[in-house]
Design a protein around this ligand. Structure first.
Ligand code: NOJ
Length: 452
């Protein structure tokens, strides 16, 4: 075991009420995809023939969290975290998305929750982390207006089953991520493309995040309710007018599209970005502006990297392209994402300055690097540096008055990174995918020391 000094800050600098956790998600970790009555999810289908995923990776076993959750929760405890964020697989609870409840699925999450409570870990439950039941996708998935009815039933079942034990609820994980990658660009499940899919998916997801919040409020006493957003600082490539306008369009999409309706401001429609007016139209005709609003107890901010954007008239609608960090010769993670903690600080401040945000939790932050396992040790200094810098940035924002109450590292163990397969390793714990052997990385020990 290795001890790395924390030269600059310790967990104590954040105050004793600040909470520290680690996050995972069902599809990325559980495996057991057709065990105990679970239905198929869109990711089970999307990974089936392998062509869309690096290394033709499958979810069938993943990290086998379904069978190893007790040991994995012991690891969470051993690393010193007090919060554990995980998601519920909708298709485990309702195999075809709407019909009969699968008791075995309900019981699995009871076991996980009970184990957390036994170990003194506080469960944070995410209701939707991208694994829609395939049966619902067959009916149009997030593009179908009825998704709101289906989602409400799923949320109701979870609230009734777990509400007496779970008080912290996250409605959606990164709605911009799953609507863009899954319904506009076709890179994630269900692989759909085009505005005809994207716009209705945005609207239904925005409705679901608010409606989900209302259901939990109604059914769970003393609930602490949030939803998460992927956020990036969007930096114009130059101060030319056209680059500034391009950066503004990307900012609207990446940062404002879902948080503004949640805060009661409606969709961020801008004169320079007409296509979103179609959403406003939905808004007016369906008189749903107020239904997009919910008084969240906290906003879950997920931060990984900034983006630099310049004008490009060849790109339809958004007329902008990203100038990649590698082109700009900036330090990057194994995902090619720029490492920039100052940008994390600015992102936190920006979300806080909206007004109307009561509390911020960092519900994901972390980095993938090319880890090498040598003699049973992973000396992942780059990841330790990443955390060190980002925690300092967060502390700066906190000291300047942002009501930031907690932080979740992404992620407990190396797992399925969506279309990137198992190649990028984000974990604090290394997983040998053949043997399922877990090895705590030096960054895991660093966290243990940091939290002591
Ligand atoms: C955001 C997603 O919520 C999570 O599932 C993913 O693994 C991380 N970002 C890293 O890409």
């Amino acid at each position: 075991m290795l001890s790395i000094p924390h030269d600059i800050i310790t967990a104590k600098d954040f105050g004793k009420n600040f909470k520290w956790g680690v996050a995972i998600a069902a599809a990325q970790n559980e495996g057991a995809t057709d065990v105990d009555g679970k239905g198929k999810s869109i990711w089970d289908s999307f990974t089936k023939n392998g062509s869309k995923i690096k290394g033709a990776a499958k979810l069938t076993t993943a990290c086998d969290f379904y069978h190893r959750y007790k040991d994995d929760l012991l690891l969470v405890k051993a690393l010193g975290f007090s919060l554990f964020r995980f998601s519920i697989s909708w298709a485990r609870i309702l195999p075809d998305g709407t019909g009969k409840i699968n008791k075995e699925g309900i019981n699995f999450y009871h076991r996980v929750i009970d184990e957390c409570l036994k170990l003194g870990l506080i469960p944070y439950v995410t209701l939707y982390h991208w694994d829609l039941p395939q049966e619902l996708e067959n009916k149009g998935g997030w593009t179908n207006y009825f998704i709101n009815k289906w989602f409400s039933r799923f949320v109701t079942i979870c609230a009734e089953a777990y509400g007496s034990k779970v008080k912290h609820w996250i409605i959606l994980n990164e709605p911009f991520g799953f609507t863009t990658l899954g319904y506009m660009l076709g890179k994630h499940a269900p692989g759909k493309k085009g505005l005809g899919n994207f716009l209705p998916a945005i609207h239904h997801a925005a409705l679901a995040q608010a409606e989900g919040g209302r259901i939990i409020r109604r059914l769970v006493e003393q609930a602490h309710i949030g939803t998460t957003f992927s956020c990036s600082q969007v930096i114009p490539y130059s101060d030319k007018k056209e680059d500034l306008a391009a950066a503004n369009r990307i900012d609207i999409l990446m940062n404002r599209l879902f948080i503004e309706p949640a805060l009661g401001k409606g969709y961020p429609v801008d004169d320079s970005f007409k296509f979103l007016e179609k959403l406003q139209l939905h808004n007016k005709t369906w008189k749903y502006t107020e239904r997009l609003h919910f008084d969240f107890d906290f906003i879950g901010l997920q931060y990984y990297f900034p983006v630099v954007v310049k004008h490009n008239s060849y790109i339809p609608i958004i007329q902008a392209t990203e100038v990649k960090a590698t082109v700009r010769k900036m330090p990057v993670t194994a995902m090619g994402w720029e490492i920039n903690a100052d940008s994390f600080y600015r992102t936190i401040k920006k979300i806080w300055l909206y007004g109307g945000v009561k509390e911020i939790l960092i519900t994901e932050n972390g980095a993938a690097f090319k880890d090498e396992l040598k003699n049973g040790i992973i000396d992942d200094r780059a990841r330790i540096n990443y955390f060190n810098q980002h925690l300092q940035a967060m502390l700066k924002a906190k000291k300047e008055g942002v009501n930031i109450k907690g932080y979740f590292a992404w992620t407990l163990m190396d797992n399925f990174e969506w279309s990137e397969g198992y190649h990028p390793r984000f974990g604090l714990v290394h997983v040998d995918l053949k043997t399922q052997l877990r090895t705590i990385k030096n960054s895991g020990y660093w966290w243990r020391d940091f939290l002591q």
